[in-house]
Design a protein around this ligand. Structure first.
Ligand SMILES: Nc1ncnc2c1ncn2[C@@H]1O[C@H](COP(=O)(O)OP(=O)(O)OP(=O)(O)O)[C@@H](O)[C@H]1O
Ligand SMILES: [Mg+2]
Length: 250
């Protein structure tokens, strides 16, 4: 589904990703953990084709296709989805309007207003969201948890083949965490893969990962099963730095 090889990427001249490799098979859910500043959000942005980042080496292949030259909207059309760490406010655009535009832009054929309405009702009920929410301006005045829940609603509406979730669990109360996990588990299946970036093993109790990776200084330095997440929670990252941290750059 997703194959990343020797990925190097920089922003404003500083190299953040330094030879990252990752392979996610169809139907798998992977977790990426790693200390602040190790490049996790950079990776998600680069995967989605954010124009501020420059890829200087390596490759990204999605379903066998090289996506490096594709714009963000083209990647979305292919079925890639990114839930942001800090969703932004879009005053003047309602949730319903935004979702209508987003859904229709990734579909071959537009949904009728009735189909769209039904889809929205269905997905909002999965996310246990008040239907009134759909009329509010996107993220404006939303609480932190509401923003995250709304990102998952968007994901359910778009029905992606690969979801990249950047700290979607941060700042969620226990109920919201379970609702978000339910949203992801709804999509889970042989045709859906996800990369979940998280600082806490907690969400992985609800969404069981097939693989767990540790990112350090722009690279994935070690991988394992969910036991690795428990180990990190217990022991922190110092042992990872000692074992895998490099003093030499490049
Ligand atoms: N414009 C920029 N110029 C230079 N360095 C930058 C720029 N933008 C980001 N960085 C640096 O890139 C590094 C990686 O940042 P990134 O947001 O990817 O980390 P992260 O792993 O997501 O961290 P966190 O766990 O805190 O979310 C950081 O050291 C950050 O300061
Ligand atoms: Mg981040």
């Amino acid at each position: 589904m997703l194959q990343i090889e020797n990925l190097h990427a920089e922003i404003e001249g500083s190299e953040i990703l330094k030879g990252l490799g990752l392979e996610v098979n169809k139907g798998e859910i992977h977790a990426i953990m790693g200390p602040n500043g190790s490049g996790k959000s950079t990776l998600s942005n680069v995967l989605m084709g954010h124009p501020r980042y420059e890829v200087t080496d390596g490759s990204i292949t999605f379903e066998g296709e090289d996506v490096m030259e594709l714009e963000a909207d083209e990647r979305a059309k292919m079925g890639m989805f990114l839930a942001f760490q800090y969703p932004s406010e879009v005053p003047g655009v309602s949730v319903a309007n935004f979702l209508r535009t987003a859904v229709n832009s990734v579909r071959e054929k537009e949904l009728s207003p009735m189909e769209m309405y039904r889809l929205l009702q269905e997905k909002m009920s999965v996310m246990q969201m008040d239907p009134k929410f759909a009329e509010r301006y996107l993220n404006e005045g939303f609480s932190g948890g509401e923003k995250k829940r709304n990102e998952i609603l968007q994901m359910l509406m778009l029905d992606p083949r690969l979801a990249i979730m950047d700290e979607t669990d941060s700042g969620l109360d226990i109920d919201a965490l379970q609702v978000v996990a339910k949203g992801v588990n709804e999509l889970r299946g042989p045709e859906f893969s996800a990369v979940i970036i998280t600082h806490y093993q907690r969400i992985l109790r609800y969404i069981e990962p097939d693989r767990v990776h540790v990112m350090l200084d722009g690279r994935i330095v070690t991988s394992g099963d969910k036991e690795l997440a428990n180990q990190l929670e217990e022991r922190g990252y110092d042992w990872v730095r000692e074992e895998y941290g490099s003093t030499t750059q490049g």
